[in-house]
Ligand binder design. Structure first.
Ligand code: THU
Length: 130
């Protein structure tokens, strides 16, 4: 496991915009060229417009010109002392914007739970259904 990637997700926590929940989430994506892209949750007074850390990281990667072929793994972390896994909306986005076998590491403290992207949303709706 890439501890530099974990540190990047933890470092991102300070930038979370969590005015309403005070629940900070940090994410970091490793790319094939070695670079790392961070993401945090960004909330809004209109609560439903909140963007989760996972989606922020993915959208930032795509905005920089990367695509699913470039992404090798993702770390998600919080300040909590238990594991948190991606919400349903993020799973849907992750299933489209990352390859099926990308590793997703959920980290809290020294603990790491790793799953594959495809395990997070079996039977995902996809472009194949359109
Ligand atoms: N949140 C994330 O950023 N990622 C998740 O996987 C779960 C939830 C955020 C949304 C909101 O800002 C806060 O955590 C509490 O729900």
């Amino acid at each position: 496991m890439d501890h530099v990637l974990i540190k990047a997700a933890q470092d991102a926590l300070k930038n979370a915009y969590v005015k309403y929940s005070n629940f900070k989430v940090g994410a970091a994506i490793r790319l094939k060229d070695g670079s790392i892209i961070q993401g945090v949750n960004i909330e809004n007074a209109s609560y439903g417009l909140t963007n989760c850390a996972e989606r922020t990281a993915l959208y930032t990667a795509y905005a920089a010109g990367y695509t699913k072929e470039d992404i090798t793994e993702m770390v998600i972390t919080t300040e909590q002392d238990h594991l948190i896994s991606p919400c349903g909306a993020c799973r849907q986005v992750m299933s489209e914007l990352m390859l099926k076998d990308v590793q997703v590491h959920m980290v809290y403290g020294e603990n790491i739970k790793t799953v594959l992207n495809k395990e997070l949303l079996p039977w995902a709706f996809s472009e194949d259904d359109l």
